[in-house]
Ligand binder design. Structure first.
Ligand code: AOF
Ligand code: ZN
Length: 327
């Protein structure tokens, strides 16, 4: 199964919003074929591995990182191509959380194939974190991104924030945007910064979501060229948890699998206070302000454990980026 995971990883970010899936065919203890899902809309991993084997064999085992699908989607169900004359066993790494496609395990049993697993489940789930979060929690996978001076400010007191981080850091943000379905900011960010919120040609542009405290009259701003969705805080204004839950429910219904929250402090703080996010990306630039707009508007104590694990440290010339995962 670990080799099947290695296969799956070859799909990189190209399979998104579909999962990365790998498959391996074993016969008499030897690997006779491998396959992976190459890109969104392309044949599934199972077909990629099965099409390369000789149809005269029998008693083979198929290892696949995700339960084979049972639905007619962009391809025929994978359960249809797993022939009991060839395969006596299928070992799966994880069950499919997508209700439209799930149920392959039972179907294979009905066909007289023995099914084992899930095995290496944590590893198999880890390679598709966004996919599992979206289908299981029924909300987008949430990434919070913030750019800070060394003394922890997101802007000067008057709102000026151009630029805290350097061009290389900002380029990496454009790549991050291209890998997210939607980007959410508060109306102050629109007023102060007038950002485009696009991927600047790196890849596809995320859908823009404006989180508004009251009605905003910023129609002259760049984001309005991109048909943004405007969400009003409404009556949940004072309750971050309710507010965030409502936003995420709405975005789930719009099939947004990954949401990038880019600030400012009030909007990011809503997600931090609601304790509802999956990753926190912090850029630090070697600048000091002394006084400025702060990042977090809550009142935590040092005893508070935010449940963050440092996953990556990157360097962009003199800036650094810290990536934390939330438990
Ligand atoms: C994949 N690749 O290797 C496997 C998948 O959009 P469709 O019709 O290609 O179906 C996508 C669903 O099929 C996906 O969400 C997952 O539930 C299931 N299995 N998908 O893209 C694969 N095995
Ligand atoms: Zn399939």
């Amino acid at each position: 199964m670990r080799l099947a995971i290695k296969e799956a990883l070859k799909g990189k970010a190209n399979t998104y919003p579909n999962p990365r899936v790998g498959a391996i065919v074993v016969m008499d203890g030897e690997i006779i074929s491998t396959g992976y899902h190459k890109r969104y809309g392309a044949p599934h991993a199972e077909l990629m591995a099965i099409k390369k084997i000789n149809n005269d064999i029998s008693g083979a085992t198929l290892f696949v990182t995700l339960e084979p699908c049972l639905h007619y989607g962009k391809t025929n169900p994978c359960t249809e191509i797993i022939n009991p004359k060839i395969f006596s066993k299928v070992v799966i790494g994880s069950r499919d959380p997508n209700k439209d496609a799930a149920g392959g395990m039972e179907k294979l049993l009905q066909k007289g194939i023995s099914v084992e697993g899930p095995i290496c489940e944590n590893e198999c789930r880890k390679i598709n974190k966004r996919f599992f979060t979206y289908y299981e929690k029924k909300r987008p996978y949430v990434i919070l991104k913030i750019a800070l001076t060394l003394d922890g400010f997101i802007a000067e007191k008057n709102g000026t924030s151009k630029w805290i981080t350097n061009a290389k850091s900002r380029k990496s943000v454009h790549t991050l945007r291209a890998n997210c379905d939607a980007i959410l900011v508060g109306n102050r960010t629109i007023e102060y910064d007038n950002p485009s919120l696009t991927s600047h040609g790196v890849g596809k542009d995320p859908k823009i979501i404006l989180f508004s405290q009251n009605n905003i009259d910023t129609k002259t701003k760049k984001v309005y060229e991109h048909n943004p969705i405007v969400l009003n805080k409404g009556e949940n204004n004072l309750d971050p948890k309710k507010n965030v839950d409502e936003i995420l429910k709405h975005l789930y219904s719009k099939s947004i699998q990954t949401l990038l929250v880019e600030g400012g402090g009030i909007t990011i703080s809503h997600f931090l206070k609601a304790d509802c996010f999956d990753e926190l990306h912090v850029y630090y630039a070697p600048k000091l302000l002394g006084k400025g707009l702060s990042f977090f508007h809550g009142k935590n104590s040092l005893e508070q454990n935010m449940g963050l694990t440092l996953k990556k440290v990157e360097k962009f010339d003199n800036d650094i980026k810290l990536t934390y995962y939330k438990k």
